[in-house]
Every structure is written in structure tokens, then in C-alpha cells.
Design a protein around this ligand. Structure first.
Ligand code: NAI
Ligand code: PHE
Length: 375
């Protein structure tokens, strides 16, 4: 797909891209919506197959952030950035990496507060320290410098809540002796694996990093399988916590599971895959609802001034939001993805019922709101 087609086919507000010859990186920021507040979404840094691919990823992920913010009741719009690296992060020296972050910070600052970033695949709280120091527009700095730290634990908490809500919808009472497949044992997946293992689930894990699998086998007695076999395993619950684009219509037709709930953003290649899952009686917790805990943590702590305890309480609301989506899906005879998107559209237009999480406040810039002058 050409760059024009990517942009023409997108319903967002702005894509800004830059190639920086010194670092060899292709930097993109996509602002999807500012309807509820400034756009926010993480920075994904990885090797992409092409610049178009990186722009497409940023635009699609920014759209998902808009849905995530509205479903979580947060006063932010949706945005995302991608940095297409010239080589894997492990091959980039710390000095070069700092330069990559500086270029990205300059681009963020140029958007003048319309886009706030945060951690995502390939970036960490430490990187947010650098981005924040240079732009004043990054959530998720490390605790050592006064930030709220990683979003992963609350994302994992939300995924666990989503698993329980989706299991209830599927008529599965508890996790004991259930076969649970976790794909991706990173910051979120490993934590989810720990939570489900502690309730007696029979864990099956996959990761391209053999060390993480070995650790999960040792710590939770998990069965380890090869990454390419993950979609052929029969399970009660499938927990995708690696990257997106895992379930297309063909996979939806074949996968043998009862519940799908995980953290991976843009899990489906297109919403039609969700209709196939619905027809087969597989309960899908839409990703932009199930993985909203990290956004609640970052925006709750840094914009709304919530305590860690209040953040945790708000993350529990993912369960009631999902229950409402499941009811709607049954009533409207549509897949859960469609039901969730319809609900998001209603809530965006202000029709949010009072028992649901209405945006808790208008956007208040954090205390340390500063925008460094461009270099
Ligand atoms: P991470 O980078 O810490 O972990 C990802 C893990 O997946 C790594 O261990 C990696 O080796 C593994 N992996 C990559 N490709 C794989 C494959 N093909 N098969 C098996 N394993 C593979 O990322 P993190 O933070 O755990 O996030 C996981 C997913 O959740 C990502 O898609 C991210 O966008 C999404 N997410 C994360 C949030 C957070 O707060 N960290 C919030 C919302 C969504
Ligand atoms: N990247 C994470 C997500 O997709 C965390 C994040 C949330 C980052 C909100 C920035 C803003 O949810």
C-alpha cells in the first residue's frame, strides 16, 4: 500500500513524518482525535519493513488509542508515534539511542502540546525521562525522577479483569485447571501469566525469547511451545500479549478456544474477524478495552492526580464496561468488536450513562507542564 493510500484511508487529524539522516530513523506522529483532550499514545520503536509500514502502524494504533481513551473514561484523545529504526535497538549504542530520542522529542515539541507520548513496544520509562526532559510532553517517567513508572502492571491488572469478565460471559466459573495460552512474556504477558497461574490455571507459554519461556516454566510450571504453533493449541483462554495483527478471518475460523482477552493492540487484522469469532461462540474482549489499564495508570496519575489505589479501582471498571459490551453484542446480534465500537461512538458523542466511567475531568496540564524551545 502506498503512503498516499495509508493517509487517504485514515480518519484521523494529522500525520507528521520526518526522516533524520544522522540517526537513520523515520519518525512519525499520528494524531487521530483531540475531541476529548490532547492526543496521547505511546512511542513504538522498532525495525519496520518500510516507511509506509511505520506510518500505517502509527495511524492504526492512534485510532485504537482514541477508542481506548473513550472506553476508559479518560479526558484525552488518541495519538501514537512510531520510530522506524535502521537496525534493531540492540545494535544501537546508548549515545545513538539518546540522539534518536532527542529527534523524536523535537518532533513532539513541534506539535505544541497536541500530542503526549508514553512508553510502548521498544521504549521504556527511562526513555520517557529523556523525552520528558527534552519536550515536557511524555507520560510514564520512572519513579526515580518523580514519574509514575511503568504502565505494564496496571495493563496486566486490566487484562486479568478482562479475562475474568470474558470467562463469565463464556460460562467459565474460574481459572482452576483451565488451559490458558499466553503469547508474549514481556512486561505485561509475564505478569498476566503469574496472575492466572496463581489461580491454578494450566499455563502454555510462547515467546521468541527462549529465556523468558524458561523462566515461566521454572516459576509457574508452564508448558513451553514454539511461537509458530501458538494458534493451533486448544485452550480455554487465549491471551495475546505480543504484537498485533494475530487474528484474521482464517485464524478466527480455526482457533480452538473459548475466550480471547489480552494486551496486544490491534489484535485483529480487521473487525470482520470478530464476527467470525462471535459466530463460533468465542468470547472476544476487544483489545482497546482489555488493555486500557496502562492508559488509566498514566493519565490517572499524571493528569488527574489519582493515587495508585484509585488507579487500581478504576482499572477494575474494565470488567463492567466489558459486561455492557457483551450484553450489547448479544442484544444487537453483532460481534463484541462491533458492539464496543458502537458504544465508543455513542460515548464520544456524550451519551455515556452515569454508572459508566464518564471522563473524570477536563484536561489539566500536569504541574510540570513545560515545552522546551526547539533546538
Ligand atoms: P514487551 O515488549 O515487554 O513484550 C512483548 C513480548 O512479546 C516480548 O517478550 C517479545 O519477545 C514477545 N514477542 C514478540 N513477538 C512475538 C511472537 N511473534 N511470538 C511470541 N512472542 C513474541 O511489551 P509489553 O509492554 O508487554 O506489551 C505487550 C503488548 O501489549 C504490545 O502489543 C503492547 O502494544 C500492548 N500494550 C502494552 C501496554 C503496556 O502498558 N505495556 C498497554 C497497552 C497495550
Ligand atoms: N502504549 C500503552 C498503550 O497502548 C500505554 C500508553 C497509554 C502510553 C496512554 C501513552 C498514553 O496503552
Amino acid at each position: 500500500m502506498s503512503l498516499e493510500k495509508v493517509i487517504e484511508g485514515w480518519d484521523g487529524r494529522l500525520v507528521s513524518s520526518r526522516f533524520d539522516a544522522a540517526t537513520g530513523g523515520y519518525y512519525t506522529i499520528a494524531v487521530h482525535s483531540r475531541q476529548l483532550g490532547p492526543a496521547a499514545g505511546g512511542t513504538r520503536a522498532m525495525v519496520y519493513s518500510s516507511a509506509e509500514d511505520a506510518v500505517r502502524d502509527a495511524t492504526r494504533l492512534a485510532g485504537a488509542m482514541t477508542l481506548k481513551m473513550v472506553m476508559a473514561g479518560l479526558p484525552m484523545g488518541g495519538g501514537k508515534s512510531t520510530i522506524a529504526l535502521p537496525m534493531p535497538r540492540s545494535h544501537i549504542s546508548d549515545i545513538q539511542w539518546r540522539q534518536v530520542l532527542r529527534v523524536h522529542a523535537e518532533n513532539i515539541a513541534m506539535l505544541g502540546g497536541n500530542y503526549w507520548t508514553g512508553p510502548d513496544v521498544g521504549t521504556s520509562s527511562k526513555d520517557m525521562d529523556v523525552l520528558h526532559a527534552a519536550s515536557g510532553l511524555a507520560f510514564g517517567r520512572s519513579e526515580a525522577v518523580g514519574g509514575p513508572g511503568s504502565s505494564a502492571p496496571e495493563t496486566a491488572h486490566g487484562v486479568y479483569v478482562a479475562i475474568r469478565a470474558a470467562m463469565q460471559e463464556a460460562g467459565l466459573a474460574d481459572l482452576a485447571d483451565r488451559r490458558v495460552v499466553v503469547q508474549g512474556l514481556g512486561a505485561v504477558g509475564y505478569d498476566v501469566a503469574r496472575r492466572v497461574a496463581s489461580e491454578g490455571a494450566r499455563l502454555v507459554v510462547v515467546d521468541i525469547d527462549a529465556e523468558r519461556c524458561a523462566q515461566a516454566a521454572k516459576e509457574f510450571g508452564a508448558e513451553v511451545i514454539a511461537p509458530e504453533g501458538v494458534l493451533s493449541v486448544t485452550s480455554d483462554v487465549f491471551v495475546p500479549c505480543a504484537t498485533g495483527g494475530v487474528i484474521d478471518e482464517e485464524v478466527a475460523e480455526d482457533i480452538e478456544t473459548k475466550v480471547i482477552a489480552g494486551a496486544a493492540n490491534n489484535l485483529l487484522t480487521n473487525p470482520l474477524a470478530a464476527d467470525v469469532l462471535a459466530r463460533r461462540g468465542i468470547v472476544l474482549a476487544p483489545d482497546f478495552v482489555a488493555n486500557g489499564g496502562g492508559a488509566v495508570h498514566l493519565v490517572g496519575r499524571e493528569v488527574l492526580g489519582w493515587s495508585p489505589g484509585l488507579v487500581s479501582d478504576k482499572v477494575e471498571r474494565i470488567g463492567s464496561t466489558l459486561t455492557e459490551i457483551f450484553e450489547r453484542a448479544r442484544y444487537d446480534k453483532v460481534g463484541t468488536e462491533t458492539a464496543a465500537r458502537r458504544l465508543a461512538a455513542e460515548w464520544m458523542s456524550g451519551a455515556r450513562p452515569s454508572q459508566q466511567a464518564a471522563p473524570d475531568a477536563v484536561f489539566v496540564p500536569p504541574v510540570n507542564w513545560t515545552i522546551s524551545p526547539p533546538r
